[in-house]
Design a protein around this ligand. Structure first.
Ligand code: ACM
Length: 645
């Protein structure tokens, strides 16, 4: 972990994984710790040092086997392999240490953290597994009387399963698993350990008697994100065409095991198969980090919950009236001023701010760490810079963006922000946007860059003499026509640089932009989607009446959340069927669906969890599962397994 990454709180990429087994011995009542370090990278390693921390520190003669103990201070240990030991990709270095303090009593007393120092000194992250002991071979004391159920969310295309009565053990990769496959096992293990730190992980890379073995095969016919699971006498075959499909297969296995461990009617399969692929390519969730700043570690954890639900797009709302959160090279004021609110600041306190100033912005290092974390979980981050409206923070940060002759207070947004649109007739607007696009393109590999376009206030710009002159020169009659001109100019710049424009549905208002290659997020009313698709726009449906997760669950006075789009119960979110709003001939334009989380009233983790989960799982199931396979009562029961932030 580099110092820079440590500051972000985002998990690092790990090319090594460390497992540990506690083994009682006859000669020493405290027993030994047996370690396996797996190399999941593409290069062999040797001559390295391995550091790890464990409560059960080596106190006496370590009675080391196949290892040298170099250092031990408190719980910190550093070890090295004997001269000449090399770990090939996919290979393992096995060693053990005795002389430990006391007998481990709990799963959490194993390796808590680790890193590896190769010969070049560039330290590498190491993921760690649960402390293992010899499995007890436990079977279920009582097998529930009801039919077996399986804890899968989203529900798969096809599942024909016979339940197992055997409970114990972890799922472990069979011999011959490649480094790349091991890496997916380690990624999903780490994902479950982060999301559910109180539960045993579903996977271990160290095989013990009683474990279930998983093997891997590649299956080109399953599609980019599809997978197949075959269960035979507690052995499992995963078939997938890609790392994403493999990840989803392992996530499904992890969910099944979580359910079986929770008990009741939930079981792990002994035999049968699951065949699965998503309904939509775009299964998204948006998060407003402008109204409310989220630490990068919290965003990383939120990405974890998306991955668990097999959502694959994170629409990251980075700017709004209330704040500009993304560091832009050449325009430090955007974050220095535009991400700072307070009683004496250029931006006044907003919802949730009190007497103390509030601030928070994302550096390029933060963004890189999050983009990499998302990519490891098969999630694409689509950044949003919300222009030309919703731009109070940018205008406060860079007053030269304002036409000095525009009358103050000449128009206001629905949220009450006066004169909050970037002015297309001010040349600095375009210089600034060019710098913004430079940074977005460098930081985010996504095909789409989202440029907002929502809620430009009626009458915007019309009292700016510079704008009036521009409109006259261009022969434009009203603000809507000018917004189209603005967005078309943005689109031309993005297209020249190989990126595609995404925006909110208002981007299609009036003459809109060039539909070819444009993606619009439909939020205002589901009915708008079909019209946009008819005009040739690709669409993602995020109708506020069903998929805005900041809207309250119900109408009661004591409910939490926004009310402008009514109230949306979990059942209503689950019941919304996008196919009812898009005629079948336009379905090729429907790229998928998306939840949105606006944060004006999300004032705490409790608010967030109450509003977002498990409604997010309902959106995830709509994005993945065919309507005929959905089932409200099944979903409602399984929602108990949903993660939270
Ligand atoms: C939006 O809710 N203004 C996209």
């Amino acid at each position: 972990m580099t110092d820079q990454q440590q500051a972000t709180g985002v998990p690092d990429e790990a090319r090594f994984h460390l497992d540990c087994l506690w083994q009682p011995t006859e000669s020493d009542p405290a027993g030994r710790l047996v370690f396996e370090l797996s190399n999941m990278g593409t290069e062999p390693v040797e001559g390295f040092r391995l550091a790890f921390t464990t409560l059960r520190f080596v106190e006496r003669d370590p009675a080391a086997d196949n290892v040298r103990l170099i250092d031990r201070r408190g719980y910190f240990h550093e070890v090295a392999p004997p001269e000449g030991v090399q770990i090939a990709p996919g290979g393992v270095w096995r060693f053990s240490l005795g002389g430990i303090t006391g007998v481990p009593q709990h799963r959490g007393e194993g390796i808590v953290s680790a890193y590896l120092t190769p010969v070049d000194g560039n330290r590498q992250a190491v993921t760690v597994g649960d402390l293992r002991r010899q499995a007890s071979g436990e079977t279920r004391a009582t097998v529930a009387a009801g039919p077996a159920r399986y804890a899968l969310t989203p529900w798969p295309v096809e599942a024909e399963l016979t339940p197992s009565d055997r409970l114990s053990g972890y799922i472990v990769p069979a011999d011959g698993t490649t480094a790349e496959e091991l890496s997916t096992v380690s990624t999903v293990t780490a994902l479950f350990r982060r999301l559910f730190p109180l539960e045993p992980a579903p996977f271990s890379l160290m095989a013990l008697p009683g474990d279930r073995l998983v093997r891997f095969a590649s299956g080109a016919g399953l599609g980019r994100e599809g997978y197949r699971l075959d269960f035979q006498d507690d052995e499992i075959l995963v078939t997938a065409a890609s790392a994403a499909g493999r990840q989803y297969a392992l996530t499904a296995l992890g969910q099944l095991l979580r359910g079986a461990r929770a008990g009741g009617d939930f079981r792990f399969p002994a035999r049968g198969h699951i065949l699965d692929r998503p309904r939509f390519a775009w299964r998204g969730c948006h998060l407003d980090t402008a109204r409310r700043f989220f630490l990068t570690g919290d965003i990383a954890r939120f990405l974890d919950s998306l991955a668990y639900l097999r959502l694959n797009v994170f629409h990251w709302h980075l700017t709004d009236d209330e704040a500009w959160r993304l560091e832009i090279r050449g325009f430090p004021e955007l974050t220095a001023v535009g991400a700072y609110r307070g009683p004496e600041a250029a931006l006044p306190p907003q919802l949730g701010d009190g007497l103390h100033p509030s601030s928070g912005s994302y550096s390029h290092a933060d963004v890189r760490a999050l983009v990499a974390h998302a990519a490891r979980l098969a999630i694409e981050i689509v950044p949003e810079i919300d222009i030309p409206g919703h731009s109070t923070a940018a205008l406060a940060a860079l007053p030269a963006l304002v036409d000095p002759d525009e009358a103050a207070g000449s128009y206001a947004s629905v949220q009450g922000f006066a004169n909050n649109a970037l002015n297309p007739a001010v040349e600095l607007t375009w210089t600034m946007l060019e710098a913004v696009f430079d940074d977005l393109i460098e930081l985010f590999p996504s095909a789409y860059l989202h440029v907002g376009g929502d809620e430009v206030a009626e009458g915007a710009w019309l009292s700016s003499p510079l704008t009036v002159r521009l409109m006259k020169d261009l022969g434009l009659d009203d603000a809507e026509a000018l917004q189209s001109h603005f967005m078309r100019r943005v689109q031309a710049r993005l297209t020249r640089r190989g990126r595609q424009l995404a925006g909110w549905n208002e981007v299609g208002n009036g003459v809109g932009v060039e539909p070819e290659g444009t993606l619009l997020t439909v939020w205002q009313k589901a009915a708008i989607g079909a019209g946009l698709a008819q005009r040739g726009y690709d669409i993602v449906m995020a109708p506020a009446e069903a998929y805005y997760l900041d809207i309250a669950h119900a109408d009661g006075w004591d409910e939490i959340g926004m009310s402008w789009a009514g109230a949306t119960s979990l059942e209503a979110t689950y019941a919304y069927e996008v196919g009812d709003d898009i005629p079948s001939d336009l379905l090729p334009r429907l790229k998928g669906i998306q939840a949105c989380i606006w944060t004006e009233l999300i004032d705490s983790r409790a608010h967030f969890n109450h509003l977002v989960f498990p409604r997010l799982a309902a959106v995830a199931e709509a994005g993945w599962t065919l309507p005929a396979r959905k089932d409200w009562s099944r979903f409602r029961e399984l929602s108990a397994f949903c993660p939270t932030l």
